[in-house]
Design a protein around this ligand. Structure first.
Ligand code: E4P
Length: 217
């Protein structure tokens, strides 16, 4: 499973990218707003740091302006994936970009019918928002499961990108459902490697080691 980081904070991305475990980055207008920075500069800096796909979202809602915005974002770097919303105009724009060989991440997906259309429009990624479905009492993981099943029957190339992650368990469950990618807020990547028994075990090993008086170097 690929792991993307869901943030527009460049320093946070840099600090996690040293692990070599970050396969890409997703941003959205809310994350750009939270960073307080210019979108074009931010996306350029992220693309210089991370070689995998970096999603940059259009803010226009009509086809013509989505195309103009998408082309501008795409001109920043080869690894920009244009993010378009799952609307009629967004699907039209997706088809145009994907026909031009540009990566597209179709976002704000809340049903398998929407995901089927995104795949037919040539999306590189479909982003089902599992947390936001759970928030309204629906079941986000069921959606991941339905989409992966449909995509595998028809052998679509579109990758299922589990988004709107609310816990480490969401990441594990998405992996079990066959999601190709999870985009995760930085705090959950840290939560993935932290475990109290790891900390305790390490402290015990080091205490015993100290008694030996040895050093390796
Ligand atoms: C990623 O592409 C999405 O924009 C993001 O995961 C949304 O997460 P949220 O529902 O926590 O805002």
């Amino acid at each position: 499973m690929e792991l993307f980081i869901d943030t527009a904070e460049i320093e946070e991305i840099k600090s996690l990218n040293v692990t070599g475990l970050i396969d890409g980055v997703t941003t959205n207008p809310s994350l750009i707003a939270k960073s307080g920075r210019n979108i074009l500069e931010t996306i350029e800096e992220i693309c210089n740091e991370v070689s995998g796909p970096v999603s940059a979202e259009v803010t226009a809602t009509d086809f013509d302006n989505m195309i103009l915005e998408g082309r501008k974002l795409s001109s920043i770097a080869q690894n920009v994936a244009i993010k378009v919303p799952l609307t009629f105009d967004g699907l039209r724009a997706c088809k145009v970009f994907s026909d031009d060989g540009i990566m597209v991440n179709v976002t704000l997906c809340f049903s398998s019918a929407q995901a089927l259309l995104a795949a037919k429009a040539g999306a590189s990624f479909i982003s089902p928002f599992i947390g936001r479905l759970d928030d309204i009492g629906s079941n986000g993981l069921n959606l991941i499961s339905e989409i992966t099943e449909i995509y595998s029957i028809y052998d679509f190339d579109t990758k299922v990108l589990a988004a709107s992650i609310r816990s480490v368990q969401d990441i594990i469950d998405s992996a079990k459902m066959g999601a190709d990618v999870a985009t995760i807020p930085p705090k959950f990547l840290k939560a993935m490697y932290n475990h109290p028994l790891t900390d305790k075990g390490l402290a015990d090993f080091l205490a015993d080691w100290k008694k030996t008086g040895q050093t390796i170097l």
